[in-house]
Design a protein around this ligand. Structure first.
Ligand code: BGP
Length: 477
C-alpha cells in the first residue's frame, strides 16, 4: 500500500454511483411505465441501433436481450446491497429516480404512490446506515411515451412535464436528501445521444433545441429545490474527457480548443455561469441553428445556476487533423486519435489518471465552484474463482492512481473537490453495451448476459481495499 498524507477534507463524501435503469430491474413492477432504457437492446450494436430510424421504439423480445429488465434486482435486494455499501463505509450513494416509476407515462395527472414509496424506502434504508443519498433526477430514463408521442426533448412540453416530476420528488424528499443532480451526462446530447435526448440523432437544430429545453428544465428544478430547502445542493452533471492536441502543431491545438469548448465546456458554461457562451452563439450562427427561446427563459437560467459541478471521468482524448495520426481501432468514446502515451481498457477507453488532475484544475479554474466526481472506474471482464472471489488488482490499480491525482489536485492545486463516487460500485448493466459482461463493481453479482446465475453478491478484492481507503479518508491507498 502506498502511504499518503491524508489531505482529503474532513467529511469528504466517499461512495459509489448507480442508475435506476441499469440495476433496479423489476421493469414493470410497482406501476412503473416503460422508459427508453427498457426498449434498448443488449449487445455490441446497441448504440448504433438506437441511432437508426429503423430501430423500433418497443421491446423486441424475439430478437434482442434485455438484461436491464431484471438488472441485478436491486429493486428487491436493496436492503442487502445497502448493508454492503455501509460495510465499505460509504458516506454517500449516488442513485437515480426513474421518472416512469413516478409518472408511468411521463404526462400522467397524478404521481404513482407506489413509486414514491419505493424510493422513500430506499432513502430511509440509506439514512439508517448514515449514508447520504445523492439523487440524479434524470439518468437515461425518459418515459417511452414521451418519446413516441411527443418526439422527445426537442418538444418544449417536456419542460413542464419534467418540472412537475422534479417538483413531485423534491417535495417528497427535500427534507431527507441534500445532494441532487439534474441531467446525467447532459453534454452527450451534443453527440445526439438517444439516451440523453430521448430522440434520434435528428439534426443539429433539434439536438440543440432539446438541450436548451433541458437547460430550462434543469434551472426550474434548481429553483424548486432551493425554494423548498435552501440547504439543498443541486448540481449539473457532464461527462468530461481531458482533451490534448496530438502535437504542438497550432492547427491541432486550435482544433482541440474547438472540440474542448463544445464538448467539455458548453453545457457547464450554461448551467454554472447561466448563459450561452459567445463561441456557442457563433457556432449556432454558422450552423443555421435558431433556438426557440421563450421570454423569461434566459433570465431563469441566469438566476438559477447550479451549486456545484459534477462530472464523470473515464478517459482522455487526443486531437489531430492529420489523417496519419488517426487510428479508428482505438474505440475511444469521443473519437480522437490514439495517444501513444496511454494504455486502454478492453473497450478501448484510454486510461489517464493524470488527465483527471488536469480535469480538476481546469474545471475549478474555470468555474470556481465545488466539484463532485460522480463517476470513474474501470470496466473489465472479471474472472471469479470457484468461490466467486474476484482478484481485481487491475481495478484497484486504476482507482488508486486516480485517487492519487485527486489528492494532488486538493493538496497542491487547491481544488475544492468534495465527493467521489466510482461508477457501478456493485456490478450492473453497462450503458453502452447493455450487457453484464463489462463490470465495474467492488461487489460481484453472479449473473451473465443470458440471465444465468443466482444473483448472489460476493465481495471482490477491491471491496476490502476501498473499505480501507474510506476508513483512512484516502490516506491508505
Ligand atoms: C456513463 C453513464 C453510466 C455508465 C458509465 C459507464 O456514461 O453515465 O450510466 O454506464 O458511463 O459506461 P458503460 O456502462 O458503457 O461502460
Amino acid at each position: 500500500m502506498t502511504e499518503l498524507k491524508a489531505t482529503f477534507p474532513k467529511g469528504f463524501l466517499w461512495g459509489g454511483a448507480t442508475a435506476a435503469n441499469q440495476f433496479e430491474g423489476a421493469y414493470l413492477e410497482g406501476g412503473k411505465g416503460l422508459t427508453i432504457a427498457d426498449i434498448s437492446p443488449g449487445g455490441k450494436e446497441r448504440m448504433a441501433l438506437l441511432r437508426s430510424n429503423d430501430y423500433p421504439l418497443e421491446i423486441n423480445e424475439a430478437k434482442y436481450t434485455y438484461p436491464n429488465h431484471v438488472g441485478i434486482d436491486f429493486y428487491h435486494r436493496y436492503q442487502e446491497d445497502i448493508a454492503l455499501f455501509a460495510e465499505m463505509g460509504f458516506k454517500t450513494f449516488r442513485m437515480s429516480i426513474s421518472w416512469a416509476r413516478i409518472f408511468p407515462n411521463g404526462d400522467d395527472a397524478e404521481p404513482n404512490e407506489a413509486g414514491l414509496q419505493y424510493y422513500e424506502n430506499v432513502i430511509d434504508e440509506l439514512k439508517k446506515h448514515n449514508i447520504e443519498p445523492t439523487i440524479t433526477i434524470s439518468h437515461y430514463e425518459t418515459p417511452l411515451h414521451l418519446v413516441k408521442e411527443y418526439g422527445g426533448w426537442k418538444n418544449r412540453q417536456l419542460i413542464d412535464l419534467f418540472e412537475k416530476y422534479a417538483r413531485t420528488i423534491l417535495e417528497r424528499f427535500h427534507k431527507k436528501v441534500t445532494y441532487w443532480m439534474t441531467f446525467n451526462e447532459i453534454n452527450t446530447g451534443i453527440l445526439g445521444s438517444f439516451f440523453t435526448l430521448g430522440m434520434r440523432n435528428e439534426s443539429l437544430q433539434n439536438n440543440f433545441q432539446a438541450l436548451h429545453n433541458q437547460f430550462v428544465a434543469s434551472s426550474k428544478a434548481v429553483k424548486i429545490a432551493h425554494e423548498l430547502n435552501p440547504d439543498i445542493k443541486i448540481g449539473c452533471m457532464s461527462i468530461y474527457a481531458t482533451m490534448y492536441a496530438y502535437d504542438s502543431n497550432p492547427d491541432n491545438v486550435m482544433g482541440m480548443v474547438e472540440e474542448n469548448r463544445m464538448f467539455n465546456y458548453f453545457c457547464n458554461d450554461v448551467q454554472v455561469r447561466g448563459e450561452y457562451p459567445t463561441y456557442a452563439l457563433k457556432y449556432f450562427e454558422r450552423n443555421n441553428i435558431t433556438l426557440d427561446i421563450q421570454p423569461g427563459e434566459l433570465d431563469l437560467m441566469k438566476e438559477h445556476t447550479v451549486d456545484y459541478l459534477s462530472f464523470s471521468y473515464y478517459m482522455s482524448s487526443a486531437f489531430s487533423k492529420n489523417p496519419e495520426h488517426s487510428d479508428k481501432s482505438q474505440g475511444n468514446f469521443f473519437g480522437g486519435v490514439k495517444n501513444p502515451f496511454l494504455e486502454a481498457s478492453e473497450w478501448g477507453w484510454e486510461i489517464d489518471p493524470v488527465g483527471l488532475r488536469i480535469a480538476l484544475c481546469d474545471l475549478y479554474g474555470r468555474y470556481g465552484v465545488p466539484l463532485y466526481i460522480s463517476e470513474n472506474g474501470l470496466g473489465a471482464i472479471d474472472q471469479p474463482d470457484a468461490n466467486f472471489y474476484v482478484t481485481d488488482d487491475y481495478r484497484i490499480d486504476y482507482l488508486r492512481k486516480h485517487i492519487e491525482e485527486m489528492e494532488k489536485a486538493i493538496r497542491l492545486d487547491g481544488v475544492d473537490l468534495f465527493a467521489y463516487t466510482p461508477w457501478g460500485c456493485i456490478d450492473l448493466v453497462s450503458a453502452s453495451t447493455g450487457e453484464m459482461a463489462k463490470r465495474y463493481g467492488f461487489i460481484y453479482v453472479d449473473l451473465d448476459d443470458e440471465g444465468n446465475g443466482t444473483m448472489n453478491r460476493y465481495k471482490k478484492k477491491s471491496f476490502d481495499w476501498y473499505q480501507q481507503v474510506i476508513a483512512t479518508n484516502g490516506a491508505n491507498l
